[in-house]
Design a binder for this molecule. Sequence first.
Ligand SMILES: Nc1ncnc2c1ncn2[C@@H]1O[C@H](COP(=O)(O)OP(=O)(O)OP(=O)(O)O)[C@@H](O)[C@H]1O
Length: 252
Amino acid sequence: MTAIETRAPILDEARLTRGEAAVSVRGLTRSFGGPAILTDLDLELEAGSFTVLLGRSGSGKSTLLRTLAGLDPAPAGTVSVPKERAVVFQEPRLLPWKRVWRNVALGLRQGDTRAQASAALAELGLSHRLDAWPLTLSGGEAQRVALARALVRRPKLMLLDEPFAALDALTRMRMQALVAQLWQQHDLTVLLVTHDVDEALLLGDRAVVLIDGQIGADIPINLDRPRRHGDPDFIRLRQQLLATLGVDETTG
Ligand SMILES: Nc1ncnc2c1ncn2[C@@H]1O[C@H](COP(=O)(O)OP(=O)(O)OP(=O)(O)O)[C@@H](O)[C@H]1O
């Protein structure tokens, strides 16, 4: 196979059920002129799962996520993803000349788009900001608007590229809880790119680590929810993940 097929065969026809593959990547290779960033990579994500994607800076996490989003077609491999997918980036990427609800409603075609945007914003605790201008929002509020804009499309697959990285610690914790809640309530399949091992262990049920262009480690996170930092199993997995990433805790 030389050309990428971003296709959604069986996946679009029926509601995904747990256990089915929501995402299937086979033989994905991507380079930007130089050596390949992703090399013959295979990955499946189970419907309803929450996978965290880790790896050193430059290992290709965003490249993989952008490929799944359909934003960066790769020259080799096949990628099956549901058509109903949404992406949230580190920056909220709101249009400053449109009010909050219009940003959320972007791309909606049918029905009462203000009502749909309003319902999504209410879920994110932002009913009072419906008519606000993006520039008047705090960083956390803006990122919640970005989440509402993703949610309003009723995605099956939610792709999150370090969505909390620019937020302060307290806001980040609130956002993590919010995303965990959305994942459970909407039966989403989530792929979250993060540098933060604690965030990975708080949210994911599987950690996938990119090393040398491939899945270098695939670690199940079998911890009860809600997760606790002090839990011995949490600490053990933390050490395992850090070691996989080549981080020596004693030197930071
Ligand atoms: N559009 C592009 N053009 C050229 N090179 C690119 C492009 N996008 C990514 N790269 C290169 O591909 C490699 C992987 O980038 P990518 O952003 O996927 O890594 P990452 O693991 O997400 O990194 P980080 O953790 O620092 O965000 C990097 O060396 C980057 O410079």
